[in-house]
Write a protein that binds this ligand. Sequence first.
Ligand SMILES: Nc1ncnc2c1ncn2[C@@H]1O[C@H](COP(=O)(O)OP(=O)(O)O)[C@@H](O)[C@H]1O
Ligand SMILES: [Mg+2]
Length: 254
Amino acid sequence: MIRRVVFNQKGGVGKTTIVCNLAAIAASRGLRTLVIDLDTQGNATQYLLGGKAGKADRTIGDFFESTLGFSLQTPPFVTYATNTPYENLDVVASDPRLEDLQVKLEAKQKVQKLRQALDKLKGYDAVFIDTPPALNFYSRSALIAANRCLIPFDCDEFARQALYTLLDNLQEIRADHNDGLEIEGIVVNQFQGRAKLPARVVAELREEGQPVLEQTLSSSVRVKESHERHMPMIQLDPSHRVTQEYVALYDALD
Ligand SMILES: Nc1ncnc2c1ncn2[C@@H]1O[C@H](COP(=O)(O)OP(=O)(O)O)[C@@H](O)[C@H]1O
Ligand SMILES: [Mg+2]
């Protein structure tokens, strides 16, 4: 089972958009797909569930809370999933309680719990994990639970310094906790190939031997519309240029 985490500790780089669009493509191809929303802000949950986002019966907060109890039998992870309007696509919804739960989960060393739950998960072919913009308990849990990691990058000079820190952090997590984590590569989001600075930054990263993927994602207002209408691009506009870029990225990773 593919368990892909999309992570960058910087916000606004496209994590949520990439998770939801790649997951929607997987689902459209018949893979039973689960998105796990580990960000308290719940943007992936909003994107996929729209008005029903706050009404999920069970959430990721319920899952983590259950790991704090004394019962030996925690419910199977599938019980925390909610159906989206899209065939084959489910989401484990975010929960504002993640904020308060974090300290307890850390104190009780529950960072392996997501991995253990996913090890036992049946009924899905692909899992996509959306992460908060921080290297905190939840993103660590995701990086330990996943077998693949995709890094979105928005190509500015400040983000570049943060990228080196991120790559170091990932190597440390691999060495200490998860040697099965494959770094799939860096995907440049909202790439402006004609502008000088982004093109130079990308060229320099490649020269340094950083794993920058050939496939890039352009910027389009259609993506914002896709969020507003709670429809992934493959549903909203399958022939759109950006949709095709997501498909190309999906195929390159597969
Ligand atoms: N390819 C794109 N074109 C246009 N806007 C985009 C694109 N990718 C992301 N965005 C917008 O950028 C903002 C941040 O994206 P998001 O996926 O939420 O990033 P993150 O999860 O890393 O914080 C959102 O408003 C989103 O709509
Ligand atoms: Mg996000």
